[in-house]
Ligand binder design. Structure first.
Ligand code: SF4
Ligand code: SF4
Length: 337
């Protein structure tokens, strides 16, 4: 799969109207982007992308993914994706967010869901199989299994250590590296240094979530400009890294288990969820259920002892829960008007 240096991440278009979403994808295609990533779990994203790529399928590398870990679930999601994207075949089909070794073993089991995708590949419904993960040990194990052609992992200058570690293993195994979270889930606001950092790695394709045509225009102009980081930019990067590093959740889940059943890594990325997802999805669904559980935090502190990044989890859980409560109340008032 020969892809452009910048791809399109399909999460944020769920927040837009259908016309706006189609216009954003169209703008990316017009600017030469040839790699589009979405997921069965991103509600309207596949269908909207399907509308935007109508008549423009040639030369496009289309990727999507399934959160299911069962044979039946993966088979069903694949059929749904083909229908929603309205295509004959998907270039890259990925197991979405494999978070622990047990899930990876389920996927890799000879009788497991990977064999369903391998069969679909033989039948020509998909062309390649990949995996996505936030967990470095799981991602490395998946790459070393030599059963996947791509790995998607968060990589940006704030979390460069794990990204570089995985990139080295991916190179050894000739596995394509797809970078998610180039802006650290919205925490890096200086796109210029974020992308200049990433463009140092010619074998990494980055897939920023794009919501507005101006965003992709800016990224492409950074790509076409001088890519060398100046001394001043390197210093800015270091400063930001120090500031953000103390509050950046890597979603590795080493802090688990929480005795109160709080999904800590989800609560920790609440500001990023608010930026990327439509409000009705956050305040009235599965995300709401996970966020509301945060109210039962007893401040025991056990999670902090296990967090390798020494994050102030108790304070952050309390802060994001209260931000969630306020946002929910504002949303409900607005909906009632
Ligand atoms: S809080 Fe720490 S241990 Fe828990 S997911 Fe985030 S980075 Fe990992
Ligand atoms: S401090 Fe809160 S989130 Fe952390 S383990 Fe204890 S109850 Fe769970």
């Amino acid at each position: 799969m020969m892809v452009t240096r910048v791809g399109f991440g399909g999460i944020p278009i769920q927040r837009l109207s259908e016309d706006e979403a189609v216009a954003v994808v169209t703008r990316c295609l017009d600017l030469g982007v040839n790699f589009i990533d979405t997921a069965n779990g991103y509600t309207t994203s596949e269908e909207r992308i399907g509308k935007a790529i109508k008549g423009r399928r040639e030369g496009l590398i289309l990727a999507t993914k399934s959160l299911s870990r069962s044979r039946e679930g993966v088979a069903k999601h694949l059929q749904q994706s083909l229908r929603q994207l309205d295509v004959e075949a998907i270039d890259l089909y990925q197991f979405h967010s494999i978070g622990d070794s047990k899930s990876l073993d389920i996927v890799l089991d000879p009788e497991g869901p990977l064999s369903v995708l391998e069969e679909a590949r033989r039948a020509g419904k998909i062309k390649h199989i990949g995996i996505t993960s936030h967990q470095i040990d799981v991602a490395k194990k998946a790459v070393a299994s030599d059963r996947f052609e791509t790995v998607m992992f968060p990589f940006n200058f704030v979390t460069d250590k794990e990204g570089l570690e995985l990139l080295a293993v991916a190179r050894q195994h000739d596995v394509g590296f797809i970078d998610m979270k180039p802006l650290a889930g919205g925490m890096i606001t200086n796109a210029k240094i974020a992308f200049k950092f990433l463009f140092q790695f010619p074998d990494v394709v980055t897939i920023p979530g794009i919501e507005k045509p101006q965003e992709i225009e800016e990224i492409i102009s950074i790509l076409n400009g001088p890519q060398q980081l100046s001394e001043e930019e390197r210093q800015q990067m270091q400063q930001l890294k120090q500031q953000l590093g103390t509050r950046f959740c890597h979603r590795c889940d080493y802090c688990q288990p929480c005795k109160e059943g709080i999904a800590i890594s989800t609560v920790m990325i609440y500001p990023s969820l608010v930026m990327r997802l439509p409000p009705h999805q956050i305040f009235s669904s599965f995300w709401a259920m996970l966020m509301e559980k945060a109210s039962s935090c007893t401040q025991c502190g056990e999670c902090e002892e296990r967090c390798p990044y020494h994050l102030p989890i108790r304070d952050m859980v309390a802060e994001y829960y209260s931000q969630y409560e306020k946002d929910k109340s504002d949303y409900q008032k607005k909906a009632a008007r």
